[in-house]
Every structure is written in structure tokens, then in C-alpha cells.
Write a protein that binds this ligand. Structure first.
Ligand SMILES: *Cc1c(COP(=O)(O)O)cnc(C)c1O
Length: 358
């Protein structure tokens, strides 16, 4: 990587901002963005922070045709004493490089891009919401820009970081959702792109999501693509089950996305001396555990919602209600602890948070 000086072009005007109470997810963007170019000859170069603006691409740019692109998602939080915290951001850039490798795209210098992100956050810091539960969502992404319809990896790319102030996922406190177990469509298969955060995985999931929404469910639970037997993820979250006092979550098998929230939950549970096991889990086993009265809690995990309790699961016309449709004690405790650490309300014994110096 050619280490060039970061150029900053400040926006001369300020955007009109919607009141914090009206913030939805990913609809408002800050005054600036980060951009950097890549070419096979020069490597990554010309890092710059510019006013947030539309971009111009050739209609033959490879991103539009063969979907060579990867993204990440993380958040910046404002603490009560007005500091800015990131949660394990190095993990996001490490994962982005793993995604890029899968898509035949060039790696980034993880430390350097974290520095660029911090500079962007300093410039747009007044966009980080002050309301409790609100945060600034960070979306880094890379696109293939070479104008070329050949089926081969692009020789040029652009890396962007855009920032979006977001409201609380839960406006009225954390509450359980209804989940439909999907048996027709598949999210990912081993050897495919399921472990990468790449656009096609998400557009390919819309149809199942639409089907579930029409039936009154908020997300689908994905089964493995081969046998349609083993549990993979729920929506775009990892999933955990509390069965007879023990926590189980699907083992990373080559089609499940390796969530940073998932990893943190596993580390928290281990720290709390609560048994947690990563293994293959069949959907049948979960319904059997329910019938035996041993299914205590189910929850999804991800950056957006942090912990999302599941109140109802429907598989093959069988509907089960978990913990009377109420948020379980453990789900609640994990949610409070993780969001507490992320927002600086609780001490961070793991060294997970990184402060953005103003
Ligand atoms: C991003 C994502 C997750 C959650 O990952 P986090 O790092 O915890 O935000 C889980 N599953 C899918 C498919 C994802 O895209």
C-alpha cells in the first residue's frame, strides 16, 4: 500500500438535519465521506475525506455486472461523559479483508483504514446522536470500478466509508420477534459466499424475507442449503438457544457469517462461567427440546439490534412460543451488558472499546 497523506476537503455547507427522534435506519448521512482508490499498478492510493456527494461511475463498471463488492457495518457511540467509542473495530476491517479475499478483491491495511475512519469521525463528530440507544452507523464498502465486461476480477476499485446517524432499534425496549423457518430458499452453502459480507447474499434473501413478512413474521430462520436440517442464522443475525441451562449456537461451518456480536456473546458467557457450545444444531432438536420443556430462550445477535429475542418460531406448520413470548433473563442481561460496554455505561474489562480522540 502506498502510504499517502490523507487529503481533507471540508464541506462548506452543512446539511439540514432531521430531529433525532425521527431518525430511522440508514436514511440520513453526514456531511463527509472517506474515499480511496486502488489500481493494480499503484495499490491503494489517494486517501481523501470529501463532502458527502454522489459518485460517477462508468456504466460498464464491474460492480454493476458481476457484483464484485464487500461491505462492513459497525457503530460509533457517544458516552454520557461525551466521549466517542467504537466496539472492536479492528475485527470489522479484518473481516472485510476476509470478505475481499473471497471476492478476489485486494486487501486493505487494517490499521491505516481504522486511522482514516477515526479522522472522518472527528470531522463529523457532531453527527453522533446524544439520545440514549442512538448511534452513528458506519458503513465501509469497496466496489469494482473498472469499465470492462470481461468475466475476471477488476483491476481498479474504490473504498468508501459513509456515516449514518441511526435511532434505537428498540423504541420501546427490547422485545421478542416472530420467526419463520425457511424451507424453500437457501441463504448460503458451504464453499459459497455466505461467510463474506457481499451484496449478493442479501438481495438473494429478499424473496424469503418477503414471503415471511406477508405471513406476519419479522425474519426467517435459515437452514443449511444441503439437507435443510441444520440451523444457520436468523435474518442477518447469528442465533443462540438456551436449552436446559446450556447455551448452544451453530458452529462456523463455512456458510455462516462470523458475527462480531456472536464472538463477544460467546466470550461474555465464558467469562460468566455459563456453558456455551458451538456445534451443529438441527431444527428438529430445537422443537424436541421445546416439547420436553427444555427450550428456555432463543435470540439473534448482530450490530444493528445487538440482541434480538425470539418469541415465536414456526416450522412446518408447527408454531412454538418461547418463554411465553417474553424476553428471557439471559437475553436481557446480555443486551444490557453489551450495550453497556459499547456506550461506556459499564466498565469494559475485555478492552473491546476503542476511544476516538477528539
Ligand atoms: C453482519 C451479519 C451478522 C452479524 O455480524 P455482526 O458482526 O455481529 O454485526 C450476522 N449474519 C449476517 C448474514 C450478517 O451479514
Amino acid at each position: 500500500m502506498s502510504e499517502q497523506q490523507l487529503k481533507v476537503i471540508k464541506n462548506t455547507s452543512r446539511k439540514l438535519r432531521v430531529p433525532e427522534a425521527q431518525l430511522a435506519f440508514g436514511k440520513e448521512f453526514t456531511d463527509h465521506m472517506f474515499v480511496m482508490d486502488y489500481s493494480t499498478k499503484m495499490g491503494w492510493h489517494h486517501p481523501r475525506i470529501t463532502p458527502y456527494e454522489s459518485i460517477t461511475l462508468d456504466p460498464a463498471a464491474m460492480i454493476f455486472h458481476y457484483g464484485q463488492t464487500v461491505f462492513e457495518g459497525l457503530k460509533a457511540y457517544r458516552t454520557e461523559d461525551d466521549r466517542i467509542l467504537l466496539f472492536r473495530p479492528e475485527k470489522n476491517f479484518q473481516r472485510m479483508n476476509r470478505s475481499s479475499e473471497r471476492l478476489s478483491m485486494p486487501p486493505l491495511d487494517e490499521k491505516l483504514v481504522l486511522d482514516y475512519l477515526m479522522e472522518l469521525l472527528r470531522i463529523d463528530q457532531d453527527w453522533i446522536p446524544v439520545t440514549e440507544g442512538y448511534s452513528l452507523y458506519i458503513r465501509p464498502f469497496i466496489i469494482a470500478t473498472e469499465p470492462n465486461l470481461s468475466l475476471a476480477p477488476s483491476n481498479t476499485y474504490q473504498f468508501y466509508i459513509i456515516l449514518s446517524p441511526v435511532g434505537s432499534y428498540y423504541s420501546e425496549g427490547i422485545h421478542p420477534v416472530k420467526i419463520f423457518v425457511e424451507e424453500e430458499f437457501t441463504r448460503a452453502v458451504r464453499g459459497g459466499t455466505g461467510t463474506a459480507k457481499t451484496a449478493g447474499n442479501y438481495s438473494a434473501a429478499y424473496l424469503a424475507q418477503k414471503k415471511a413478512s406477508a405471513k406476519g413474521y419479522s425474519q426467517v430462520l435459515w437452514l443449511d442449503g444441503v439437507e435443510k436440517k441444520y440451523i444457520e442464522e436468523v435474518g442477518s443475525m447469528n442465533v443462540f438457544f438456551k436449552v436446559d441451562g446450556e447455551i448452544v449456537t451453530p458452529a462456523l461451518n463455512g456458510s455462516i457469517l462470523e458475527g462480531i456480536t456472536r464472538l463477544s456473546i460467546i466470550e461474555l458467557l465464558k467469562d460468566w462461567k455459563i456453558p456455551v457450545i458451538e456445534r451443529r444444531i438441527s431444527i428438529e432438536e430445537i422443537f424436541e427440546a421445546y416439547k420436553a420443556g427444555k427450550l428456555e430462550e432463543v435470540f439473534g445477535t448482530g450490530t444493528a439490534a445487538v440482541v434480538s429475542p425470539v418469541g415465536e418460531l414456526t416450522w412446518n406448520e408447527q408454531k412454538i412460543t418461547i418463554n411465553n413470548g417474553q424476553t428471557g433473563e439471559l437475553s436481557q442481561m446480555l443486551y444490557e451488558t453489551l450495550t453497556g460496554i459499547q456506550t461506556g455505561i459499564q466498565t469494559d474489562p475485555f478492552g473491546w472499546t476503542v476511544e476516538v480522540k477528539k
